[in-house]
Design a protein around this ligand. Structure first.
Ligand code: DON
Length: 306
């Protein structure tokens, strides 16, 4: 495994075509596109890394996996009155389906759906309390107390919030958000501004590898059924309108973020995190996807065969 990761990292470091770093959140535009990191965490506690695996980056939409998990814990199946479970086939920040579907987002991973999930976990608490709970949950699943929010990234997104503010106001107009739009958005932007390294993310994904139990720490996070369902949502919706392509090429549940990270889960085998800041046309990490494709090919890890 160590040799494979070293090979993948050196292949990716030599690539000239690296995609385009997200710049609609200005703070993310400063990130060096040459960065590349990969980490593989095994349920027995082993960790393999290569490249910039210990450098924290903005996890952005990968955080939606953790907020979804928290929301299911608080709301159970009641969450599905806030948000659906179908792939959207549209970009992550699209508004078009919302009008046709009376303000109910297709799934928890598109921006509109993740904003609805934040609304569902607020339960009349203030943003600070909700963020403290989210942070302690992420620290718990990653077994790492050093994880923090990057407040500059959150402020940068807040200053350029118009697209997400449109989604939130549109949902509010349909009576879909219980809380004040600005409070929901502020919470959502901070959630997305969690900074984590590949190593931390790979550890945080371990509960999805072993039916809800982080075997490395011996702690149950969710039921087996819930872990499987979260994986299914990652498979179908985790890469937005690139989800079919990701399933075809990588064959594992995965969740991307515009910071260039991807968390992928090989059930029963490993939790994998990659980071390469340059994105493809669907807003998913170009080389991150390629690296996962290489890893899946070499290991044979896939949910579609064995
Ligand atoms: O709301 C946004 O646009 C960002 N905070 C997160 C979007 C994102 O990461 C899309 N993923 N590839």
């Amino acid at each position: 495994m160590q040799k494979l990761l070293t090979d993948i990292a050196s292949t990716m470091q030599q690539e000239n075509e690296r995609g385009k770093v997200a710049d609609y959140i200005p703070q993310l535009a400063h990130v060096d596109p040459q960065r590349f990191g990969i980490a593989v965490a095994l349920p027995d506690g082993q960790l393999f890394t290569a490249g910039d695996a210990s450098e924290p980056f903005s996890i952005q939409s990968i955080s939606k996996v953790f907020s979804l998990t928290l929301a299911l814990g608080k709301r159970g199946d009641g969450l599905w009155s806030y948000v659906g479970r179908e792939p959207s086939g549209d970009p992550f920040n699209s508004i078009v389906q919302l009008e046709h579907e009376s303000g109910k987002p297709r799934n928890p991973f598109i921006n509109a759906g993740a904003i609805a999930v934040v609304d569902a976990i607020m339960m009349r608490h203030e943003p600070k309390e909700v963020l403290a709970e989210l942070l302690s949950f992420v620290r718990f699943v990653a077994n790492d107390e050093s994880i923090c929010f990057d407040h500059e990234v959150a402020a940068s997104e807040l200053a350029h919030k118009h697209r997400n503010a449109s989604l939130a106001h549109f949902m509010k107009a349909f009576g879909r958000l219980e809380h004040d739009v600005d409070k929901v958005l502020g919470t959502y932007f901070h959630q997305c501004a969690l900074a984590m390294s590949c190593t931390q993310l790979a550890h945080a994904g371990l509960f999805l590898v072993s039916d809800g139990v982080n075997k490395a720490t011996g702690t149950r996070v969710v039921s087996a059924q819930r872990a499987r369902r979260i994986n299914s949502l990652m498979m179908m919706c985790g890469h937005y309108d690139g989800s079919g392509e990701f399933a075809y090429r990588v064959g594992l549940p995965g969740k991307s973020g515009v910071g260039g990270g991807i968390l992928a889960v090989a059930p029963g085998r490993a939790s994998i995190a990659v980071w390469s800041p340059g994105l493809d046309g669907t807003g998913n990490s170009l080389l991150g996807t390629r690296a996962l494709e290489m890893l899946a090919q070499e290991t044979g890890w896939s949910v579609f065969g064995h």
